[in-house]
Design a protein around this ligand. Structure first.
Ligand code: PLP
Length: 391
């Protein structure tokens, strides 16, 4: 059976060029970057080179890049690291205020919720019906105790691109830290940390055709973070652990490739996305979730009334199509997506959602195949739906 992968926001296929770059570091170049012998020097050289590549792409200095084990870890480090640093000394009893949006990836929202449980003051900003955060809401939420604001650059479920530059400007005026999760945005939207007014920014390898288990956090010079992992003092003392050289080399290569190909890849993906949206919206009682124009070039997220997104995904999988209900993480719970609920969708509509995310390896013929398969699958499920409605 022909298989079509349209879950590129969940993870991506590793690009063969990335794998090729990594292989020597999984085989003969296995040194520890902290060792002084030739094997160590070889690893250290690769690490330094990778840091240079990533810093250049983000427009920062090499010592402003921290390599970690995942996007999840970067987001935890940015937020908890800043909070822990500000609490130095057991006698610093003052609670901190943390602001985030109501549509963040769970690794940000659960981090902030946990800090709330630990006694800090937290604010979850609302979004409009398209999933946009209003920068003025950020301004209004800031108070004397506010330490950090974290708002994602683009949403992983509905693809909405947030006004990061404007939010960053407000945070800078007020002198508070601003972190942005750019895991989905990087490689699809220009990311220049100076232009965006961010103090910290996260990217992750496996969302950009690189390996899983490696990511990078930009940390502006002067930003005070305490580590989550204590130990040998790697990564400028912020993230101890023997460096994952093969992974880091892969992340750098993947980042370089995606930025280099943005000019050609983004228009190509946009065209395929728009065709997909046009075709799918012909299904009765369907809607597009997320912003109509301020959205990632590869994201199409729909709601179909009277059916369950889970059932639709299972049926599509049987037809050879890998899609998602929205977020891979919420697929084990039966709670509808917090992102769709935040945009004002009713439970029923939020349950009937389908996310299709295109990638480098999709073709026009994939789009045609999926465009035909989905109306069929929806019709089939509605045929057995207990909601007897006129569709
Ligand atoms: C995938 C993803 C993450 C988590 O990155 P991992 O490297 O899988 O831990 C964080 N934020 C967003 C927006 C994501 O899409």
């Amino acid at each position: 059976m022909k298989k079509i992968y349209m879950d590129n926001a969940g993870t991506t296929q590793i690009d063969p060029r990335v794998l090729r770059e990594m292989m020597p570091y999984l085989k003969e170049k296995y040194g520890n970057a902290s060792s002084i012998h030739s094997f160590g020097v070889e690893a250290r050289t690769a690490l330094d080179k990778s840091r240079k590549i990533v810093s250049k792409l983000l427009n920062c200095d090499t010592n402003e890049i921290i390599f970690t084990g995942s996007g999840t870890e970067c987001n935890n480090l940015a937020i908890k690291g800043a909070v822990f640093n500000s609490m130095k000394g057991m006698f610093s009893k003052k609670k901190k205020h943390i602001i985030t949006s109501s549509i963040e990836h769970h690794c940000v929202s659960d981090t902030v919720k946990w800090l709330g449980k630990m006694g800090h003051d937290v604010t979850f900003l609302p979004v409009d019906k398209d999933g946009l955060v209003d920068p003025e809401d950020v301004r209004k939420a800031i108070k004397k105790e506010t330490l950090i604001v974290s708002v994602m650059m683009a949403n992983n479920e509905i693809g909405t691109i947030e006004p990061i530059k404007e939010i960053g400007k407000i945070c800078r005026e007020k002198g508070i830290y601003f972190h942005s999760d750019a895991v989905q945005a990087f490689g699809k939207v220009p990311v220049d940390v100076k232009d965006l007014n961010v103090d910290m920014l996260t990217i992750s390898g496996h969302k950009i055709y690189g390996p899983k288990g490696v990511a990078a956090l930009y940390v502006k010079r002067g930003t005070k973070l305490d580590p989550l992992l204590h130990g040998g003092g790697h990564e400028f003392g912020v993230r101890s652990s023997t460096e994952n050289i093969a992974g880091i080399v892969g992340l750098a290569k993947a980042a370089e490739l995606i930025v280099k190909s943005m000019k050609t890849e983004v228009p190509k993906l946009t065209k395929m996305r728009d065709k997909l949206i046009k075709n799918i919206l012909e299904v009765k009682n369907s809607r597009l979730n997320g912003h109509p124009t301020k959205r990632l070039c590869n994201n199409a997220n729909f709601s179909f009334r009277f059916i369950e997104g889970e059932a639709l995904n299972i049926l599509l999988d049987e037809m050879g199509i890998a899609a998602s209900t929205g977020s891979a993480c919420s697929s084990t719970t039966l709670e509808p997506s917090h992102v769709l609920l935040a945009t004002g969708l009713k439970h029923g509509e939020a349950h009937g959602s389908l996310r299709l995310t295109l990638g480098r390896f999709n073709t026009e013929s994939d789009v045609d195949f999926v465009s035909k398969a989905i109306p069929k699958a929806v019709k089939k499920l509605r045929g057995i739906s207990p909601f007897k409605k006129d569709w």
